[in-house]
Design a protein around this ligand. Structure first.
Ligand code: NDP
Length: 339
């Protein structure tokens, strides 16, 4: 059995959950919108599936849902935010106006968020900038669950890297990917469903390759995607997300004293570029040329297209949720299902 919610119904329900678990109204609105966007677009590893992680992290006192981000304007193209142990998305929101001013003035601007928690996909952070004609890049490190290529012990997080670029007359190009073989949420979902992982995803507690998601979660580890190449990109995400911002590396924080804590306490880097300063034809037209040639070569799925198709479907038909999931969300919100 399943029910269908409109985007605003889902967002309002999630907002009620955040508020009930101790966030400020502003933070509740930002996180609820973010999580509902993920569910709407079929980015299910960071949709309502993550509400338990948010709720448990807030309950445990690990993350401050009422934190006030502190902006530090450190150079013409460099803005820092201390999220004060709060979530990264409200920190980005606090910096948005200044960041846009800087990128329009300088042609490039960087936002370094530290002392922050990010439990979502990165594309919701970037897409609005690309829709404003900007090229955007973001990196977030997470929690130690991935063995570097050639190593034996978890060092890296699943460390996503995302990139967004505007096109002329079309949705922006956006890719958003874990630099581990899979996102940790995907491993958890596979474990819940009892599905095997693809070969190469991870190792068990003894370091032997495994396709069992439980073995990866229970003492095992993920592997980076693409061997030594993915491992270097994951290392870069650690350096950008933590060393550059002043946040924790994925292996540096200890959440063991906070039962249920699920939000990595690290940092996030965003780089915005105004492509109108570039040479040649307008960037959006050049992006279209590239996409056209990729299509002509036989590509029938661009990164981001699956989400866009899900988005269009959700806008027509609503967002489907199983009764079980919806029941859990109502319980988190302290509501009965007919309110
Ligand atoms: P996927 O491997 O599913 O997808 C990665 C990217 O590749 C997406 O942009 C996707 O587009 C695109 N893509 C997938 N398949 C194809 C294909 N066949 N052809 C062309 N493009 C394709 O994502 P991951 O599992 O690596 O990551 C999922 C999410 O997890 C990301 O949003 C990431 O930000 C998030 N994450 C967050 C973390 C955190 O700490 N906050 C940690 C790790 C991951 P599309 O979206 O349209 O499918």
């Amino acid at each position: 059995m399943s029910a269908t919610l409109s985007f605003s119904e889902l967002r309002d329900l999630l907002e009620a959950i955040f508020l009930r678990h101790g966030t400020s109204p502003d933070v509740a609105a930002i996180l609820a919108e973010n999580c509902a966007l993920c569910e709407r677009d079929g980015a299910t590893s960071h949709g309502v599936f993550r509400m338990q992680g948010y709720v448990d992290s807030l309950k445990s006192g690990w993350v401050d849902g009422k934190a006030d981000p502190l902006l530090e304007d450190v150079a013409p193209g460099f803005l820092r935010v201390d999220a004060n142990n709060g979530f990264a998305q409200p920190a980005l929101e606090a910096a948005r106006a200044t960041l846009l001013e800087k990128v329009r003035t300088n042609g490039i601007a960087l936002l370094a968020i530290r002392n922050s928690h990010h439990l979502s996909a990165l594309w919701p952070d970037l897409e609005p900038f690309a829709r404003q004609g900007l090229v955007a890049l973001s990196a977030v490190n997470s929690f130690a669950c991935t063995v570097p290529h050639g190593g034996k012990v978890r060092v890296f997080g699943t460390n996503p890297l995302a990139f967004a670029a505007p096109r002329e007359g079309a949705d922006p190009i956006i890719f958003d990917m874990a630099t581990s073989f899979m996102a940790n949420g995907e491993i958890q979902i596979a474990a819940q469903k009892g599905e095997a992982l693809p070969a190469g995803a991870g190792v068990d507690a003894s370091g032997a390759p495994t396709t069992d998601p439980r073995a990866v979660l229970d003492g095992g580890a993920l592997l980076p995607f693409g061997g030594h190449k993915g491992s270097s990109i994951s290392m870069m995400v650690e350096l950008l997300g933590a060393a550059l911002t002043g946040g924790h590396f994925s292996f540096e924080f200890d959440w063991s004293g906070h039962k249920g804590a699920a939000t990595p306490h690290t940092g996030q880097l965003l780089v915005l570029i105004d492509p109108s300063h570039g040479g040649g034809l307008p960037f959006g037209l050049r992006a279209n040329d590239l996409v056209a040639r990729m299509r002509a070569s036989g590509v029938d799925r661009m990164p981001g297209e699956r989400r866009m198709a899900n988005r269009a479907r959700a806008e027509r038909e609503g967002i489907p949720l199983s009764d079980d999931v919806l029941g859990r969300l109502y319980a988190y919100a302290g509501r009965s299902e007919d309110t």
